[in-house]
Design a binder for this molecule. Structure first.
Ligand code: CO
Length: 136
């Protein structure tokens, strides 16, 4: 079951400049910055009433985020739904004919397990499922 929107992922060229915008223009506070090697990104998180913004800066030219920015520019990259049963959610999506990017969860930021659905099958919105990680 999907519990809520966990976060919205936003692709940016410069994390430093984007963090400055969210802090200075919107008055939000950056919670933490973390590099996620598996996704070749550096991320910055903002808590907005329990839903988070996840800013994503590419750390390599072959980062998926670099490809996204080249093709579509900066902006909303994905929507992440929180679920306690990530494999069940993937199974439900697969059963409904959706192509999966991740057949099983991979390690994301903040120790979470994450998996993505292919945007060609989700009306253009890259869709993430995320669940709390096993380790603490
Ligand atoms: Co995400």
């Amino acid at each position: 079951m999907i519990n809520r929107i966990d976060h919205i992922g936003i692709a940016v060229r410069s994390l430093a400049e984007a963090v400055k915008y969210y802090e200075q223009a919107l008055g939000l506070k950056c919670e933490h910055i973390e590099e996620v090697p598996s996704q070749k990104v550096r991320t910055a998180f903002f808590d907005v009433g329990g839903t988070h913004l996840e800013l994503l800066e590419p750390t390599a030219p072959d980062s998926p985020i670099a490809g996204f920015i080249d093709k579509r520019g900066e902006g909303i990259h994905h929507v992440a739904f929180a679920t306690d049963e990530i494999m069940a959610q993937l199974g439900q999506a697969r059963g409904a004919g959706v192509k999966l990017i991740n057949e099983s969860p991979v390690s994301g930021a903040a120790g979470k397990q994450v998996a993505f659905l292919h945007p060609k099958f989700t009306f253009g919105v890259l869709t993430e499922f995320c669940a709390p990680g096993q380790s603490h």
